[in-house]
Ligand binder design. Structure first.
Ligand code: FES
Length: 151
């Protein structure tokens, strides 16, 4: 664990114990997930009970207690994307990566999740890789896009 990074994050929020969500966001951003040892240290440093930290961490979908991939993939299965083949796209990506949605590849390169709308239905079907939106996808186009992230 990078203790100095955690200290830096905690210091940023001072003694405001109500800042748990913001602190967890920073930890998630830094480590790509919420490592257990970091949460224990956070509890020690802030005197916020670990049980409270864990209840916040499990309440918000944006947080993950398991390692996420360097490139999180979100495949949209909202109505517009579903109609235009979102489910087939998801299945193709699952096969290609060798994981089911909700999981992370062994090399920690990709994690795969579904979302219900990315707000760009005109581009359906859509997936987001990291912060990049890719639209009007075919299965083969999606696979070649993911290949580019591997490089
Ligand atoms: S339904 Fe997929 S972007 Fe809106």
């Amino acid at each position: 664990m990078n203790e100095s990074k955690l200290t830096e994050i905690i210091e940023k929020y001072g003694s405001d114990t109500h800042a748990v969500v913001a602190i967890l966001q920073d930890i998630q951003e830094e480590f790509n997930y919420l490592p257990k040892d970091v949460l224990m240290k956070l509890s020690e440093e802030t005197n916020v009970p670990l049980s409270r930290i864990l209840s916040v961490a499990t309440f918000y979908k944006a947080f993950s207690l398991i390692p996420k991939g360097k490139y999180p993939i979100h495949v949209c299965l909202g109505t517009a994307c579903h109609v235009r083949g979102g489910a087939r796209l998801m299945e193709k990506i699952e096969r290609q990566l060798g994981i089911k949605r909700g999981n992370t590849t062994e090399d920690l390169n990709f994690s795969l999740d579904e979302v219900r709308c990315l707000g760009c239905c005109g581009l359906a079907p859509v997936m987001m890789v990291g912060k990049d939106i890719h639209g009007k996808l075919s299965a083969s186009k999606a696979v070649s896009i993911l290949d580019q992230y591997k490089k």
